[in-house]
Design a protein around this ligand. Sequence first.
Ligand code: ADP
Ligand code: MG
Length: 609
Amino acid sequence: MPDIIQLLPDNIANQIAAGEVIQRPASAVKELLENAVDAGADEIKLIINDAGKALVQVTDNGKGMSETDARMAFERHATSKIRNIEDLFRIKTMGFRGEALASIAAVAQVELKSKRADDVAGVYIEIENSQVKLQEPFAMQTGTSIAMKNLFFNVPARRNFLKSNPSELRHIVEEFIRVAMSFPEIFFSFTSGGQQVFHLEKGSLKQRIVQILGNNYNSKLVSVQEHTDYLDIIGFVGKPETAKKTRGDQYFFVNNRFIKSAYLNHAVMKAFSDMIPKDSYPMYALFINLDPAQLDINVHPTKQEIKFEDERIVYAFVESAVKHALAQFSITPTLDFDLDASIQNLDAVSKPFTDEQRSSTSASSLFNTFTKKNQAHFIESKSELKHWRDFYEKPASTLISGTDLSLAIRPLHEQGLTRDFIPDRLIQIHQAYIVVETDRGYLLINQQNAHERVLYERFNYAVSGRPIATQRSLFPVSIDLAAQDAVLLSELMPDLLQLGFLLEPFGNNSFVVQGTPADVSQGNERNAIEKMIEQYKHFSTDLKFSKREKLFRSLAIQQCIRSGTSLSQKEMNSLLTDLFACEIPNSTPNGKPTYMSFKKDEMDKMFGR
Ligand code: ADP
Ligand code: MG
């Protein structure tokens, strides 16, 4: 029998490894921009075509590469940024693993041009399938330009996996913003398909934020500045009145690297609590700088999650820094400076960290203030059903003990209503439920869930040939969106038209709302659209739903009448008529019940009758 194990050829091994680093055009954008920053450039230009599928090119005026380095750069584990394992603890650059260029060269056609200041000529190199195809001297200015063409041309399975252009473009815009925002001292430009998307002059962080997120933040930013021995937090938060219904403009950077952290986001939200409505999101761009040794370096460079040695300290700092900033601008009336004091007294702040100090810190008062209720992941999600049971159980349990109430709470079918039998007089209770007497008991309808179902089915009908009428706005309003949201909205525009929303792009991430469906009240258009986008993004990680399905679900959730709205007889009647005309009247698209039925004979039993 022959032996059967073989080494994979280099280019195949590289293609497989590349999958981790380069998932889509936006991954290459991130890596190339970061390399340009690491090279010390103060001018970086990004050009893409066909949403990056055909071309991603980054040109910088950084320090350039020698001829040998330029070839070496494409080898796996080729990096100038670390020499030994200790360097990992001191890393200050964006890259360090030496994987990006090797990965790009494995899955695309690459053209590199580079020249150092002291060299007479630069070098031009063409690479395909990890193989150098051409190398020659090249006359150019100091700096580097790397063009990645036809991503995944040699891995059709992955090429087919790429999303639509608007969707890939949205990812690219996101990555661009994350880098551009952290380096306001660098000039950035971004051109897509010949159109300039961004032109960002060098300036202050504040100017950069306004350039990226829009003029409406001008004079609406509050500066955050907290310097301690343990860490620094600098940046800006938006004044409470700029909070939006959509979560777009929120950025954390740790040592200038963009990160995602639900935990730290919670700290900011806490600092803002009571100043903004529950379902709105303040703008923030916060930069946390600390000794790299306080970070877990074993995190993959393309991952945006990060591990702090001590997350709770960072949480406390973020919360107090934001509170402090809001207070200084006398935006918040009352303040809790306790947290500040306890932070200042913490050993962690006044002295360097040792292991003993770390364990004594955990017992200190700061940590005791972090009870379960302050932690995002402990916050209970209240389901409609649970709420509902509470409502029922309280009065009932004082009357009858030991009866299994779940028997009485029987969902649906058995006792639904047909539209002909909806009685004339309907009772609304708690401005949330409608009680309907039937001949065998009664139904309790949750108005919000019921309306969500009605709208969802109406939207489905709308696209299959019964478009919802548009009501032209008398005073068309314009909405400014974050760049990512603008791309998303353009993507949804054709479907939105069927649903009665008439939008027109107005350049620069703005839209004019020319009309809305009749039931969106005038003056509320902006809010309706922002909320819809937020809801849509909430679904957008859910792969099992189509774009359209996500849109329908988002709009239904966002437009339905809320609990707490009092309804007239006529409104209740038409809600019930619509509900029982639905194909699936008994639950929301997400599976929450729309109504429950209570049978008279079971109630009789409970009362011993
Ligand atoms: P890493 O950034 O992790 O070191 P990369 O594969 O991204 O790995 O880059 C490999 C090396 O190529 C870098 O360490 C750097 O020396 C060099 N390099 C890459 N891009 C540039 C650039 N734009 N200018 C100068 N040198 C570069
Ligand atoms: Mg790199």
